[in-house]
Design a protein around this ligand. Structure first.
Ligand code: NAD
Ligand code: MG
Length: 400
């Protein structure tokens, strides 16, 4: 069964939609604002929030005139306040203020586009306020999928996927009986190291890992795409969004990123959603669902498209994908450990403190040190998250 949170009842169809964009200065956040620019009559930007880029947040506030902006990093408050003096835009700072933004009365749709575990708390607040949540922050569902779905049911919130693969599956499921699904097939580009020999993985540099062949994204998800952990996180995200067990979710490498995912039904029919790799399309669908609004995004040029390639993912060169399936099978808090250990390891790799091949090793190590107990409360999940990060840092300190 599709979770009840998919019902469009709380999405206002006729009147304008008020948006809060959490993570407005990032890759998803700025593309969401591009969509808002296309539909100024129908999408009202009510609130913007960012981590520490106060200069860009101020620029966005001057352009879109939201009611309120929030910077999570309090040290940037004074400069932001000064730069928005006289605009009438209310300025907030600190992580508690992020929660305030997620539950504003004027906001219908909260775009959850903060990266990593930092997005969990404000996303939960939006769910508890019964908002429609356009979810880009997959880490929220990986850490706390059971909690998010329970709260969404209790508070009548609607979760709509922004991630291109999950948007594709969602689009394939419109009008279908969810019990007729046999298999979800998440496509993966394979990242920059799809064809790189295993014995050269230890020499992979930060710059090489940040050069994604098809998508331009934030640094953390770009590294996740290079290790295939991004696809692992997406498998767990799909489990919680569509309510299917790991046996009914598979991954297929498709280097062109034209087919964004597929659904096979029990009668043997398969549906796919296709498009050029452009996040603005799934972002817009999450903002306009159940409608489709006319937009000038690039179309596929069928005359130029020569072939679509597919191959199975290589779990030996990319062990992170297998670890994610393993964490999902274990259940309980194992996915929260996986997510936190991955975030810690990716940050260390981006700081050039560990090598590329160390990332999955550190995650496996953290997963092996914990039993998969249940932990459905926010406090329990945050404690598990913190402990997994400590494990990773301790292991790296011992090695050094
Ligand atoms: P990004 O790094 O470009 O942007 C992250 C945003 O989060 C920025 O606005 C930043 O200011 C904000 N932020 C960071 N730390 C914060 C904190 N502690 N408190 C408050 N705000 C904070 O990341 P992105 O690529 O836009 O990705 C955002 C999310 O969307 C991730 O969860 C990612 O997995 C998901 N996603 C991204 C893409 C993509 O194409 N970029 C595609 C699918 C899913
Ligand atoms: Mg994706």
């Amino acid at each position: 069964m599709l979770p009840a949170s998919f019902h469009p009842a709380s999405v206002p169809a006729a009147r304008e939609r008020g948006l809060a964009i959490l993570g407005s200065t990032g890759s998803i956040g700025t593309q969401t604002l591009e969509i808002a620019t296309l539909f100024p009559e129908r999408l009202q930007v009510r609130a913007l929030a960012a981590g520490s880029n106060g200069a860009l947040l101020a620029e966005q506030a001057r352009q879109y005139r939201p009611d309120v902006v929030c910077l999570a990093d309090e040290t940037g408050y004074a400069a932001l306040k000064e730069s928005l003096a006289g605009t009438g835009v209310r300025v907030l700072a600190g992580v508690d203020a992020l929660a305030e933004i997620a539950m504003l009365d004027t906001v219908d749709v909260v775009v959850a586009a903060i990266v990593g575990a930092a997005g969990l708390r404000p996303t939960l607040v939006a769910v508890e306020a019964g908002k429609t949540v356009a979810l880009a922050n997959k880490e929220t569902l990986v850490m706390a999928g059971a909690l998010v779905q329970r709260l969404a049911r209790e508070h009548g919130a609607t979760l709509l996927p922004v991630d291109s693969e999950h948007s594709a599956i969602f689009q394939c499921l419109v009008g279908e009986d969810p019990t007729a699904i046999e298999m979800l097939t998440l496509t993966a580009s394979g990242g920059p190291f799809r064809a790189r020999p295993a014995d050269t993985f230890s020499t992979i540099t930060r710059a090489e890992a940040l050069a994604h062949p098809n998508w331009s994204m934030g640094a953390k998800i770009t590294i996740d795409s290079a290790t295939l952990m991004n696809k692992g996180l997406e498998v767990i995200e799909a489990h919680w969004l569509f309510g299917l067990p790991p046996e009914q979710i598979e991954v297929l490498v498709h280097p062109q990123s034209i087919i964004h995912s597929l659904v096979t039904f029990r009668d043997g029919s398969t549906k796919a959603q296709l498009g050029v790799p452009d996040m603005k399309v799934p972002i817009q669908y999450a903002l306009t669902y159940p409608d489709r609004w006319s937009a000038p995004h690039d179309r596929i040029d069928w005359s130029a498209l020569r072939c679509l390639d597919f191959e199975a993912p290589d779990l030996e060169r990319f062990p992170s994908l297998g670890l994610a399936f393993e964490a999902l099978r274990q259940g309980g808090t194992a996915p929260a450990v996986l997510n936190a250990a991955n975030e810690a390891a990716v940050a260390l790799f981006l700081n050039e403190q560990i090598g590329f091949a160390d990332i999955p090793e550190l995650i496996e190590d953290a997963l092996g040190q914990r039993t998969a107990e249940d932990g459905d409360s926010l406090e329990a999940l945050i404690a598990v998250d913190q402990e997994a990060r400590r494990l990773v840092h301790n292991r790296v300190a011992v090695r050094a």
